[in-house]
Design a protein around this ligand. Structure first.
Ligand code: ARG
Length: 278
């Protein structure tokens, strides 16, 4: 038997995060949220800080967006925009409780000198958009079914000048693409097939024969809500099954505890937006 050892190479990344200083669960816009759930803000900030320090420890750059007191979900910074090769496609949130977050992100990008294009349709940024720079000259994976309007897939394609592969989510527990699928490197992904419609499962099988396949337990533990630099996959510590699968595929799982933020229906990836300048 020939065992091919794949050397997984990390690439330096730049991220944007927003501390959960005003985190709360006062409304429910996904099945994970139970309004009135007590939240330990101090613990949330501690866990968030460990996540930020983990990224810094891996050599990445992390920008911090100041949180807004009236925006309890702003810690989920992934939803604020989607950037590719220096162009930012802005977000437009599905629910009014979060809509003001888009302007906060917009202000950040404009101040940093990015080219920012405002959306005309609902899309929740990196919550529903992933990017594989090594496919087709840069392939955008785009989820719909719960939050992002499919019309935003076409809009993203014309704004970003990159092909978009539309993926249809079918299980409300996995309401954003980033809780059902994760980019592991420039070419491939990990995903939970059960989160998608049958035609989309077929598309994913064809496009990603080398994908890491997660099971329902992995997905429910928010394991797929991970961030990878091509080698290190930072993921929720409860997703031990997926961590083992990633290790077997040559990636280095880096577990972090993010229990408080699960109460809002998110984990690692939700807290991070990648800034792709090139
Ligand atoms: N409570 C937030 C919402 O429902 C959680 C967002 C999680 N973010 C993500 N990228 N999946 O909008």
């Amino acid at each position: 038997m020939i065992v091919r050892v794949v050397e997984r190479k990390p690439r330096k990344r730049t991220y944007l995060m927003c501390p959960p200083e005003y985190f709360a669960v006062g409304y429910a816009i996904n099945p994970w949220m139970a309004p009135g759930t007590p939240v330990d803000v101090e613990l949330a900030v501690k866990q968030w800080t460990v996540l930020r320090d983990t990224l810094l420890g891996l050599g990445h750059t992390v920008h911090v967006l100041p949180p807004g007191p009236e925006l309890p979900d702003m810690v989920y910074a992934a939803n604020g925009a989607f950037s590719v090769h220096g162009v930012v496609y802005g977000a437009r949130f599905r629910y009014p409780q979060r809509s003001a977050e888009a302007d906060r992100h917009r202000a950040f990008y404009l101040e940093q000198g990015w080219r920012y294009v405002a959306p005309t349709v609902i899309n929740e940024g990196e919550g529903d958009f992933a990017y594989l720079p090594g496919r087709l000259g840069g392939l955008v994976l785009a989820g719909h079914g719960f939050r992002t309007d499919p019309a935003a897939h076409a809009e993203a394609q014309s704004v970003l000048g990159r092909p978009v592969l539309s993926l249809h989510l079918s299980d409300p527990r996995f309401y954003h693409l980033d809780v059902a699928l994760a980019a592991l490197d420039d070419h491939t992904v990990a995903y939970f097939p059960g989160a998608f419609t049958a035609p989309t499962r077929q598309i994913l099988r064809n496009a990603f024969p080398d994908a890491v396949i997660a099971d329902e337990d992995d997905a429910l533990a928010f394991g797929l809500n991970l961030i990878s630099d091509g080698r290190h996959a930072v993921l929720n510590s409860e997703a031990t099954g997926l961590a083992a699968k990633l290790r077997a595929a040559g990636y280095e799982p880096v577990p972090v505890e993010l229990g408080e933020l699960k109460k809002g229906g998110g984990s690692v990836r939700c807290c991070i937006a990648e800034l792709r300048s090139a």
